[in-house]
Design a protein around this ligand. Sequence first.
Ligand SMILES: [Zn+2]
Length: 157
Amino acid sequence: MSKAIQCEAIEPLLSGFLDDELSQSESQRVALHLKRCEKCSALLAELETVHTDLKETLHEQSGHTAAEIEQLDKLLNDKPSKWLGTTAWLLVILGALVVGGYAIWELGLALWQDTSQPVWLRASIAALYLGFAGLFVMVLRQRIKSLKTDKYRKVKL
Ligand SMILES: [Zn+2]
């Protein structure tokens, strides 16, 4: 077998040789050839460099992405933004309750005190107040629950 033909047979195996994917006899054949063939040795060294570079690049990329995700996660879940979120929520709820409640209260009280209004309307106003109080309690409970869940999540992590 001439050397050139040997090289042709060995070259396709080099990548597998590098990754330990060859059978024992194939691997031995490649190793034996490499000892005697500078050309294939150089090719293997080149392949090795490419492989290492590729692995490092992949590793860097995945490391980079994981770090970025972690950073983004921190940014979204850090204390100030959580605190801001909770405060904003409370402000919206409180503002809506005060403004809405005041308007409804004023209107309701006027209608409620106006005994000339039909009973169904006055009963509806009472129902509205009760329903509103119920909603308020529900929202409050949900907020408290989600705060508790957040705490639990933090402990789990
Ligand atoms: Zn060779």
